[in-house]
Structures are given as structure tokens and as C-alpha cells.
Design a binder for this molecule. Structure first.
Ligand SMILES: *[C@@H]1O[C@H](CO)[C@@H](O)[C@H](O)[C@H]1NC(C)=O
Ligand SMILES: *[C@@H]1O[C@H](CO)[C@@H](O)[C@H](O)[C@H]1NC(C)=O
Length: 823
């Protein structure tokens, strides 16, 4: 198995020939469209399966809207009281976990997840391996191992339930001969769906070392626990995701019956009581239960019917080994931590952070709830607009929209297991180094959610399962709400990197087609152009939607600026929050005013116009290049004209005071350095020095653990919700670090200061996130500016994973003559 070319010999040989035949001349458009299609097909196959239900500790599904899904639940069963709460399924915070997640993961091959379940005194390891082959995205296998933790009782009983369900068309049934006592040997499921073809799923008994609870209670004779119990059900498809309650529904009559039969005086031991009936057959949901004593191991083997051969426990063992090796090799090549983090413990940390980012990728399908009332109050044009807007929202009748699909990273498996627009641009920064084609696929998935006006909902809560994690007041999305356009950062990087030379050859001499697919769009110019071409109209639509709907007012207030047009204001403003900005409670003008201008938004628009200009340039769109270039220039000028405050020596929001004059609203912190964060303040800018000084001042933004969100001197520092009013956030710290690096490596008067700050900040950030990961077993949503402690959401492996990137950034030790800024 793992024959490198088995994914699709056809595709490979085709590309091979194509590569040579076009090596020296321009390719014909037919050839190009065939190539595009074949690479898309190969990518679809390669990315089909994954743990794409990241809200679960282990939940597998293909990237098909309604299809097969599979998952795992387990519990310690040593008493009658706690069993129900012991059952693990959806990732939860503070559930007695001493850390969990992917130690190694590669979307194209698989990896290993370890779950340190302290509450159940068991450590569970799941190796998930993908095997290419055939016409339907290949096969996969999962090896589930449980090892009692050090503090486990001498006799530990664990019940494990694997399930497989079918949401759409097709069938699924248990193949074993029926046996009322329970099934002996491997359990075999067989199924068919239109998108997967025919397939089988084997749940093995595992090695002989597995032990099962034995006891002399008469109930044992009816259900010996060394057998596997299977219950097959046929249910309305919309209920299937609620697997845990469904399991309890199936188990409860058995529990009741056993107590009725044997009374509460002499009940059977708990592992016997908490079992499902053995009723295997046909259905769209199948529970497969095993009860173990002590350590255990078994395999789940999904074999695609069109694959050359089925996956076996032996081939899985091989696959686990080769996947671990290839992951380590590739990691070493791409993400080897640089000094002073070039040690095994930082490498292990970095692997885990990266693997949780891409092991957290999900595929979601369902309808989001949107308020399409387009109430005039949503324009937010009048004083007191937030009250009118609140009334309009209360009147609206938001409705679920048509189901959509989304392929995306997520911020946090237990707390935010869904897509967030502005997070995604940060998530993809490490991903593009590992697998550019994956990142492009995700970007495309997001842009496909855009409506006709150019709007993308900032939070994607697609379907009932996703909704179950969100308080009802936050489920509605509004088509006048924006969110920072971070995906432009990714496309800008792509334009920086793709090979623009005229030789569009894909190198398939390589051992492994997966590696060719990761960079097909980087290496093949035709593919790169075709991708940019296909996404370009959407990018423009999105950009113009921002310009139209989030415009700020210059003229009505006689503001002095280079351009009378380039000013921006977030809509969706309330008195305390601008949730749409992403920096929810960062202090802004009080009270809100329709004449406000927001520093962060104009900076994002500067970034977007720059990125679009470069894409237009790459595509040879001359007029567009000029237009976006003009926007960019006007935005850069207006940032200084409208937002720089001479007295405060920082960038500030603007509002309108009681005398109808435009005035600045200065709160030093992330917002006040936004032009720097978005690369708009260059090495020669006269504004650079005060910004560097502000960042470096421990009485303002600098801490030993990273850059705090708001200056310690600000009156709102640490007040109210204190979400973006002091804590340290890794996404913004990454932008600080990257821009310090850019300043430090270009000629300019503040080069040495930037170098020193870069070097110190990089160490502070990485060391602290590492220390907290060691201490708590988790990455965190934000870090405390006084203690460095991780806080708020646990297992926040979204943008906190940017530490991976920070570790690979070069150390910049002081050069000879350090201390003298270059002039
Ligand atoms: C790849 O998959 C997407 C849906 O996930 C589909 O729309 C597209 O047609 C597929 N492309 C090819 C070439 O099979
Ligand atoms: C671009 O392609 C040319 C021709 O195949 C190759 O020589 C060159 O190394 C490539 N450059 C990069 C950056 O991949």
C-alpha cells in the first residue's frame, strides 16, 4: 500500500506528459482547462476524507454535503452515578481533560491524536491514516488505543462506542451473522452512497491482549462482555448528529430492564449495566460497543470498494509508520524552529500547534440564519442610530437560508467549532507554507459563500449541529456587517510566491503525488493564473461591497484630506461594541456618531487595495491596476491626514464633537498602530519612530509576554469585559512581529531599534505560549499581560498557532556595530 502513484495513475501520467509537452511553449487553452480539471479532481480525492467534524474528539466525514459520518464515544464505567457524564463525544472545556489534540497531522495523509482524559483516567491515542486509491477518494483507517493513566484503579473498565451514520442517499448494514448474545470477531459494515460508491467498514476485535470484564453475575450469560454489541437504527436524518443523546436513548431501556430483573439489591456490575442491545441490521445509524478492562486497542477500517485492495490492520500499521516519518521530514524542512527554539521540546510543541490548526479543519454544510430585511436603520446615518438599529433588529424576521458548504479552519474545537471570516486569514498564514493548494481551496470555499452584493457573513453557523454551540442571540448574521478582510493577506502571499516564469511544468518525478498537489498552483503558472482569474471577480465584488457599505463621511464635516473619498466606518456599531471590527470592546468614540472614522478599517482597506492592485498587475489588468493603485495611494495619504494625531503621536479614530467639529479619539493600543500592522508605515515614515517607542514602552504596550491590546495608561485599561482592553492576542502580535521584521531587514533609520524589538518580542511570545502549554496542556485564546497566563477559551489552536510561524522566523542577532541605526 501507499504506492505513490496509486491515487490516480491516469492523472499522474496525464500531468507528466502535459508537463513535458508544454515546457517550452505557451499552452493551448484546451490543455490548460484539462489540466485545471485534472488537478482539481486529484485535489478533491486527496482532500476528501478527514476528521472534518472537529467539534468532536474524533469525528470523520468526507467533503460531501450529506454522506457517511463516523465517530467515537467512550466512558469509564466503575459506578452507577457518573457514567452518563463520563461519556466523551463533543469537545468540551473543563471536562477533566489534561490536554488533547493532534500531535502530528497532515490533511493529505493523516496523523496521531492523543487525548489525555484525566477524568476517565485513560489516555486515548487515535492514529488516523488516509490511503489513496480508486475512484472515490481512497480508504482510511483509525487505530484506537487506550492506556489507563497512572492514577487509574487497578481494575479499570472502559466502554467504547464507535458509530457510523448516513445522512443522505445510500444504504448501510451490518454483515455479520445475527447472534443474540453479541457478535464475535470483527464487525463488518457494508454500504453504498452515490458519492462514495460501495465501501466496507471493519471494526476489529483488536489484539489478543485486550481484556474484557468478567464476573459471575447471571446477567453475563445473556450478554458476555467479550463480544461486541451492535445496535442498528433507522432515524430521520436531521436527528442523526445528536449521537450522544441517541446512544442514551438506546441504552436506557436496557438499564431499566436489568434493574427490574435483578433489583437494586444485586445489580450486575456497572460495565454490564451500561450496554446497548445487540440488534444489528440495516439502518442509517449503527452503534458498535466494546467493553474493556485495562488497556485496549482496536481498528476501524474504511475500505473504498474501488480501491485496488482493502485496508487491513497490517497495512494500517505500515501506514502509521510511514505517515509519522513523512510528517517529521516535511516538518523539519518547512517549520524547523530557529534559534533559540531549535530544541526537541520546541519542535514537539510546534508540531502539536500546527497539527491542531490543520487537524481542526472542518467541512460544514447547512443553512445560516440571515436577516435580509435591509432596514433603512441599518445604514446607521442618524445620531442615536444604535437605538433605531436595535429596534429594527427586534422587528426583523431572520430566516434560515439555503444550505451552503464551507471548508475551513476553526478557532477552537470546544468553543468555536465553526468558520470565522477574519480568523481565517490568520489561520492560513502557517497553512500556505505547508500546503498552498489546501489554503487556496479554503479561500475559494469562503469566497463561494459571498452573496450577490459582495457580502460574506463573518461567522458561519451552518446547520443545526453548528447552531447547537451558539447562544440564540448570536446566530443571526446581518448583510451590512463586515469583518476584517484578512483573506487578502493570503492572496497577496500567493502572488508573491507563485512561479511567474514561462515553464509550467509540474514535477511529478517525485515519490509522492500528495506533495505535488500541495504546490501545484505555485509551480504551474497556468494553474496559478486560472485560480486568480476565477477568484478575481469575487475579490473585486467583495472589495467594492466594503467601499460602498462601510464608507466614512469626509465631506459633511469639512474634513481636510488628500482624497475626499477614502474614509471608513464599521457598521454594526453599538455603544460598547464594534463586534464587526473583531476587536469587540476596544474603546471607541463615546457616544457613537455617524461621523466616526475608524483607523483599523481604513488600514484594512489599504491592505486590500494593495493586494488587489498586485493581483490585477499579475493578471495584466491594466486599468484595474491603475484604479486600485490610485485607491491605495489615496488611502495611505488619508490615513495620515485623517488619523494621525500630532499631539498624541499616534493614529486615532475620529468623531464629531458637540460643536460639529471633527476631532480625534485616541486610545493607544492595537487600533492606534493599525497602519503599522498592515504594512502601511514604511521604514522611512516619520511616524515610525513614535510607533516603535509606543510599542516598546512597558508603561504603554510592552510586556514580557507580548504586546498588550491597550495601553496601560489608557483610562479604559482592564475595564468592563476586558476582552481587548489589556490581554495579549497572538494574531495582532504576529502582525507586530512581522512588521518589525520587515523594518529590521530593510535600510532605514530605525532598523536597529526594530531588530532589537523583534528579537525580544519573538522570544517573549514563543516562550510564554510554550510555558503555558506545558503548564496547562493547552493553547489559549489570549494571555494575561501581568502574568502571561493563558485565559478565556481553552484549546484555542486557531490563530494562537501563529507561534509556529514565529518559531521559524529567523533569529536576528545584533550585528557588528549594533546600536548604530543606519541612516
Ligand atoms: C471538486 O469538488 C467540488 C465540490 O466539493 C465540485 O464542485 C467540483 O466539481 C469537483 N471538481 C472536480 C474536477 O471533480
Ligand atoms: C520557476 O520555474 C522555472 C522553470 O521550470 C524553474 O527553473 C524555477 O526554479 C522556478 N522557480 C521557482 C521559484 O520555483
Amino acid at each position: 500500500m501507499h504506492h505513490p502513484l496509486s491515487l490516480s495513475l491516469l492523472v499522474v501520467s496525464f500531468l507528466f506528459i502535459f508537463g513535458f509537452s508544454t515546457a517550452s511553449q505557451a499552452s493551448s487553452s484546451d490543455d490548460v482547462s484539462i489540466l485545471i480539471n485534472e488537478v482539481a479532481r486529484a485535489n478533491n480525492q486527496s482532500l476528501l476524507w478527514g476528521p472534518y467534524k472537529p467539534n468532536l474528539y474524533f469525528g470523520v466525514r468526507p467533503r460531501h454535503p450529506k454522506s457517511l459520518f463516523a465517530g467515537l464515544m467512550w466512558a469509564k464505567v466503575d459506578d452507577f452515578r457518573t457514567v452518563q457524564e463520563n461519556f466523551r463525544h463533543t469537545c468540551e472545556q473543563h471536562e477533566g481533560m489534561a490536554g488533547y489534540g493532534w500531535d502530528e497531522y497532515d490533511v493529505r495523509k493523516g496523523g496521531r491524536q492523543t487525548i489525555h482524559d484525566a477524568g476517565n483516567t485513560v489516555d486515548i491515542t487515535i492514529d488516523f491514516i488516509k490511503v489513496p486509491g480508486g475512484l472515490h477518494g481512497g480508504s482510511w483507517g483509525a487505530r484506537v488505543k487506550g492506556v489507563p493513566r497512572e492514577d487509574a484503579p487497578a481494575q479499570q473498565f472502559t466502554t467504547v462506542v464507535f458509530y457510523a451514520g448516513l445522512e443522505g442517499l445510500g444504504n448501510l448494514q451490518v454483515e455479520n451473522e445475527p447472534d443474540t448474545l453479541g457478535l464475535e470477531g470483527d464487525v463488518k459494515l457494508k454500504g453504498y452512497t452515490p458519492d462514495l460508491g460501495s465501501f466496507t467498514i471493519d471494526v476489529t476485535t483488536g489484539p489478543e491482549s485486550n481484556e474484557h470484564p468478567q464476573h459471575s453475575h447471571p446477567s453475563y450469560a445473556e450478554k458476555p462482555l467479550d463480544r461486541t454489541l451492535v445496535t442498528s437504527l433507522q432515524l430521520p436524518s436531521e436527528h442523526l448528529w445528536q449521537t450522544r443523546p441517541l446512544l442514551f436513548t438506546v441504552m436506557k431501556p436496557e438499564v431499566d430492564a436489568i434493574f427490574q430483573k435483578y433489583g437494586t439489591e444485586s445489580p450486575p456490575p456497572p460495565p454490564q449495566v451500561f450496554t446497548i442491545p445487540n440488534k444489528p441490521g440495516e439502518g442509517n445509524l449503527h452503534f458498535v460497543q466494546k467493553v474493556f478492562e485495562g488497556a485496549f486497542e482496536f481498528d476501524i477500517l474504511f475500505s473504498s470498494g474501488s480501491a485496488p485492495q482493502p485496508i487491513t490492520s497490517e497495512s494500517l500499521t505500515e501506514g502509521i509508520k510511514s505517515t509519522a516519518l513523512s510528517f517529521s521530514d516535511r516538518f523539519e524542512k518547512i517549520f524547523a524552529p530557529q534559534a533559540p527554539f531549535d530544541s526537541p521540546e520546541y519542535t514537539e510543541f510546534s508540531k502539536a500547534m500546527f497539527s491542531n490548526l490543520i487537524g481542526g479543519i472542518g467541512y460544514f454544510y447547512g443553512g445560516g440564519i440571515v436577516d435580509r430585511s435591509a432596514a433603512p436603520e441599518y445604514e446607521e446615518e442618524n445620531e442615536g442610530f444604535w437605538e433605531e438599529a436595535a429596534e429594527a433588529r427586534a422587528r426583523a424576521r431572520p430566516e434560515a437560508e439555503e444550505p451552503r458548504e464551507l471548508f475551513t479552519c476553526i478557532p477552537s474545537r470546544p468553543f468555536f467549532p465553526r468558520g470565522f471570516l477574519w480568523d481565517e486569514g490568520f489561520h492560513l498564514i502557517p497553512v500556505i507554507d505547508w500546503d498552498m493548494d489546501l489554503a487556496l481551496e479554503i479561500v475559494k470555499s469562503w469566497f463561494n459563500l459571498m452573496d450577490e452584493d459582495g457580502w460574506i457573513a463573518r461567522e458561519q453557523i451552518l446547520g443545526a449541529e453548528a447552531r447547537s454551540k451558539v447562544p440564540p442571540e448570536f446566530t443571526v448574521q446581518y448583510p451590512h456587517y463586515a469583518n476584517p478582510p484578512t483573506l487578502f493577506m493570503i492572496l497577496e502571499s500567493f502572488v508573491d510566491r507563485f512561479n511567474k516564469s514561462a515553464a509550467p511544468r509540474i514535477d511529478l518525478d517525485r515519490e509522492d503525488i500528495a506533495d505535488s498537489l500541495r504546490s501545484a498552483h505555485l509551480e504551474n503558472r497556468d494553474l496559478a493564473y486560472a485560480y486568480l482569474r476565477s477568484i478575481y471577480p469575487l475579490l473585486k465584488r467583495h472589495y467594492y461591497w466594503f467601499r460602498k457599505t462601510q464608507r466614512g463621511d469626509i465631506k459633511s464635516y469639512d474634513r481636510d484630506a488628500y482624497s475626499a473619498k477614502e474614509a471608513y466606518r464599521w457598521r454594526g456599531r453599538t455603544v460598547q461594541h464594534i463586534l464587526t471590527s473583531g476587536l469587540d470592546d476596544y474603546p471607541r468614540a463615546q457616544p457613537p456618531h455617524p461621523g466616526e472614522l475608524h483607523t483599523d478599517l481604513i488600514s484594512w482597506m489599504g491592505l486590500a487595495s494593495r493586494s488587489l492592485r498586485r493581483i490585477a498587475e499579475a493578471l495584466g489588468e491594466k486599468e484595474d491596476t491603475e484604479e486600485f493603485g490610485a485607491h491605495e495611494k489615496a488611502i495611505v495619504r488619508n490615513i495620515d491626514d485623517l488619523h494621525w494625531d500630532e499631539e498624541a503621536q499616534t493614529y486615532c479614530d475620529a468623531t464629531i464633537d458637540d460643536y460639529e467639529e471633527s476631532v480625534h479619539v485616541c486610545h493607544k493600543g492595537y487600533i492606534s498602530i493599525f497602519p503599522f500592522l498592515t504594512g502601511i508605515v514604511g521604514p522611512d515614515s516619520p511616524r515610525l519612530k513614535p510607533i516603535l517607542d509606543l510599542i516598546r514602552d512597558p508603561e504603554e504596550l510592552w510586556t514580557d509576554y507580548g504586546i498588550r491590546s491597550l495601553s496601560k495608561k489608557d483610562p479604559f485599561y482592564g475595564t468592563a469585559e476586558n476582552y481587548w482592553r489589556s490581554p495579549i492576542w497572538m494574531n495582532i502580535n504576529y502582525l507586530v512581529l512581522k512588521n518589525l521584521y520587515d523594518i529590521a531587514t530593510a535600510p532605514g533609520p530605525h532598523r536597529e531599534q526594530a531588530r532589537q524589538m523583534y528579537s525580544d518580542l519573538r522570544k517573549n511570545l514563543v516562550q510564554n505560549v510554550f510555558k503555558e502549554w506545558k503548564r496547562t496542556g493547552f493553547a489559549w485564546e489570549q494571555y494575561n499581560p501581568d502574568t502571561g497566563r493563558g485565559q478565556r477559551t481553552q484549546h484555542f489552536t486557531g490563530w494562537t498557532s501563529l507561534v509556529v510561524k514565529m518559531m521559524t522566523m529567523p533569529d536576528l542577532p545584533a550585528s557588528k556595530g549594533a546600536g548604530h541605526d543606519e541612516l
